[in-house]
Design a protein around this ligand. Sequence first.
Ligand code: ATP
Length: 296
Amino acid sequence: MSSIELKSRAKINLSIDVLGKREDGYHLVEMIMQTIDLYDLIEINEKDNDQITIKSTSDEIPLDCNNLVYKAANLIKKTFNINKGVEIHIKKNIPVAAGMAGGSSNAAAVLVGLNKLWNLNLSNQQLEKIGLKLGADVPFCINGGAVLASGIGEELTPIKGLTKDVCILVCKPDLFVSTKEVYEGLDLQNIKNRPDNKFLIECLKKGNINLLATNMVNVLETVTSKMHEEIKDIEKVMLENNALGSMMSGSGPTVFGLFDKEEGALSAKGELLKKYNQVYVVRSSEKGVEVNGEFN
Ligand code: ATP
């Protein structure tokens, strides 16, 4: 029986703008996404029956048909009429329900993994199209890197991303934020501060991280930070420890800071760990999903 293990990486947003709402309820966005080197390990083992089963090191995610990896595997099975089964083991490191696309990234890993395991020979473009049925962030998570995402988040334009010398401190407070509620709380006609994505892309291109960090804007942050004062508290700790800039990712509650010196990131980490459990110093990554080790 064959098996494959994949790295399933998280993302942060360096900007989020919300431009409108489609009739089907999806929001039109324009945002910069960046993959980071914080990943779950997804192990897929072939089984001798046709069932999909899930195991995980995390007790925060469903292990039934509600898990996005189940939905991904089931979609592949149904689309290509496959009568095989798999056991999927999710070793979770990415904070759950955090604004870091953990679930989408796991689904992307299953699409890439099953494409190899079952010799489907699908191109990345075909995988992205299938992934979009599972969620707007799934196509991005397949290839990762840095992109400007528009439409509902599925129209991807690759851009130059953060370089490895930038230290990224990620802090996920122990709060529950409902993405739906955050979007509902956004007054589309009254957004005062929007990101200038063209300018931010230019900053990345020139490697001017200071200018990038001081101009990052996430329009959803105003909504989430009104609900939870922890967002601003975490940003304050990061800035006091010489972060070049600090902002919320996705609809929250994760907050990240960009540092040009690891020293500052480590001292902020020490301070944040007194209050929060999930604090990580990471770097950017140019890859989304990646096969880990040998595929056998
Ligand atoms: P996004 O940034 O795409 O909004 P997120 O980081 O906010 O994603 P996820 O970690 O993907 O959020 O989790 C969102 C919800 O999806 C959680 O309530 C979780 O229970 C559920 N979920 C289903 N499958 C998974 C999975 N494989 N990993 C994480 N969460 C999952």
